[in-house]
Design a protein around this ligand. Structure first.
Ligand code: GLC
Length: 568
């Protein structure tokens, strides 16, 4: 058996384990799916050499507010020669332009160990390859959100197939009938995760997928579909091959995902109403309502879809709805989610119980609900998108993923992007600490923890989702800081991560106010911690990769707001 096949078998036959899990109810459906993925790719392939991932745009386009300065701050951009030196050799470790840290080779090896194969084809990476951990739960599955940094690492290294097969495999899973008890989920829902099961007797691989019906808490992953669209764009940008995105199947996949979000209902806001735990923070943490993570990903997915949808009859109609929604969404987010010193002061002085169109305090936020910590936390220079806004409820917590994605997608104006980076620098100890970076800030404690998390022992203060530090987020910080022209922020963070990650066995998360302790229940060799580090390294090494996961601001959306004075 080849080494790859043996790995595949090892992964596929790993015990499912874990008391909380049960066999998904679709095992029989999995068999129907048991055919060659490339069947979907019958279309003639474009024979295009890898394009520069930022479409030959000049580096100056990555600058914001005139303070770019790639090449300054001791930062010398190095351009990828675009030459591939053998499939399995990470380009990043063979270039001598950038000091290859010994972790890089180890990280690539660990990343490759996590690859999952379906009928011999690589289709994803498992969440964690932690043999020491007794409780497997679902960490032996391919999570859609977890695969994104792996996919970016592979794309940056010129390894496209695994990403293509992943996109196609998950697209097939989207086609399954999804039910929780007797309730049917929307057609467009993408799985949170899937697992390849290998039957050694019949030598067949089958797939079991989880759309939320097995997940702890039974929440459907709203972010999966968005990440899928964002990754499809990254693949297209990186390879220059539009034939995958152009297939009828991919076009339909995009339409189904977005139809779920663009349907009309009782909403009075353009943001997307969500249940708690429907994203990276996949358990109760008080992120229900309109969480920033989902809104930023929604915006990015809408913009990514615009660049890929065909202008045929079905596409055209959707494109119109997307454009309208994007305008409303960016106005809403830039106005009501944005918080800086001035805005905070304005909210602090709000009158309440205003009625009619002339209301300044539109959501009737009671100033007494502003938590004490935010007055100290808010620097004079800087700002951020807060966690949530709904009637009489503003969640002032900082969330890293949503803010970084807001920069990458250009949901944040150039001024806001700069302000987010200012805030990170001003509050370095709180947000980055000893191990980049905090998933959210601050932690909730005591009575509030009891009420908000439902007494969740995994989410105690400064642990896991409740103010824990997640190495995976470093790729997002790096991409965002390069986009804003401040790569030195990423450099500093990467240096910190490098001093511990390998020694600690690439943990899933760290605990403590400064993130100094390996997380209480953190898995080791967590794949997205490994891949997140590699992506950060490759982005710093070759900033042209940024084009895969960065979208420029639309001219049509520019004139909206200079600074956020929309409360008046
Ligand atoms: C945890 C994380 C989730 C991740 C999963 C697999 O549940 O909260 O975001 O996808 O682990 O790593």
């Amino acid at each position: 058996m080849s080494e790859r096949k043996m790995e595949a078998a090892a992964v596929a036959t790993a015990p499912i384990g874990g008391g909380m899990r049960r066999e998904p109810s679709y095992a029989s459906m999995a068999e129907q799916d048991d055919f060659d993925l490339s069947r979907l790719l019958d279309k003639p392939k474009l024979n295009i050499e890898r394009q520069r991932s930022f479409d030959d745009r000049s580096m100056s386009e990555f600058s914001i507010g005139g303070n770019l300065k790639v090449g300054m701050d001791g930062y010398d951009p190095v351009y990828s020669p675009g030459i591939r030196s053998g499939f399995d050799t990470p380009l990043s470790s063979v270039r001598n332009s950038f000091d290859p840290h010994p972790i890089v080779a180890e990280a690539w090896e660990a990343l490759r160990r996590s690859v999952v194969y379906f009928k011999g084809q690589p289709v994803g990476t498992i969440a964690a390859y932690d043999h020491a951990s007794e409780e497997v739960l679902n960490y032996d599955q391919v999570f859609v959100r977890d695969f994104v940094p792996s996919a970016l690492a592979f794309l940056m290294n010129g390894e496209y197939d695994i990403v293509k097969f992943f996109l196609l495999k998950t697209l097939l899973l989207q086609g399954w009938e999804k039910k929780i008890d007797r309730f049917k989920l929307g057609e467009g829902v993408m799985p949170a995760s899937f697992k390849v099961l290998h039957d050694p007797n019949r030598d067949v691989d089958t797939i079991a997928a989880d759309f939320g019906e097995s997940a702890i808490g039974r929440v459907a992953p709203v972010d999966s579909g968005f990440w899928w669209i964002i990754l499809l764009r990254a693949y297209t940008k990186s390879t220059g091959d539009t034939s995958l995105a152009d297939t009828a199947e991919c076009q339909k996949g995009i339409r189904l995902i977005l139809s779920l979000c663009l349907s009309e209902g009782f909403d009075t806001f353009p943001t997307l109403l969500c249940a708690d735990g429907c994203c990276m923070i996949d358990r109760r943490m008080g992120v229900y309502g309109y969480p920033i993570e989902i809104q930023a990903l929604f915006f990015m997915a809408l913009k990514s879809a615009l660049s890929m949808l065909k202008h045929d009859a079905q596409g055209k109609e959707l494109i119109e709805r997307i454009v309208t929604r994007l305008q409303a969404l960016s106005y809403h987010m830039r106005s009501y989610f944005w918080l800086d010193f001035q805005q905070l002061n304005d909210i602090y002085r709000f009158k309440t119980e205003e009625y009619s169109h002339t209301a300044v305090n539109k959501f009737n936020v009671i100033p007494d609900s502003i938590p004490d910590w935010v007055f100290d936390f808010m620097p004079c220079k800087g700002g951020y998108f807060i966690g949530n806004v709904s009637p009489a409820r503003m969640d002032f917590r900082w969330f890293a993923l949503g803010n970084c994605v807001a920069i990458l997608s250009s949901l944040a104006t150039p001024e806001q992007s700069v302000a987010i980076m200012d805030l990170i620098e001003e509050r370095w100890e709180e947000l980055i600490g000893d191990m980049p970076l905090k998933i959210c800030y601050p932690a909730i404690e005591n009575h509030e923890w009891r009420i908000v998390t439902g007494c969740d022992p995994k989410n105690t203060r400064w642990s896991y989702h409740n103010g824990g530090s997640w190495p995976v987020l470093i790729w997002l910080l790096t991409a965002a800081s390069i986009k804003v022209g401040r790569p030195q922020i990423a450099r500093r963070a990467v240096d910190l991560a490098e001093s511990r990650l390998l020694k600690d066995g690439f943990p899933e998360y760290y605990d403590g106010k400064l993130g100094r302790y390996v997380g209480k229940q953190a898995r080791k060799f967590q794949t997205w911690s490994i891949a997140g580090y590699l992506v950060a390294k490759m982005l710093l090494e070759d900033p042209s990769h940024l084009g895969m996961i960065s979208l420029e601001e639309d001219r049509a959306m520019k004139p909206l707001l200079k600074r956020c004075s929309s409360w008046t």
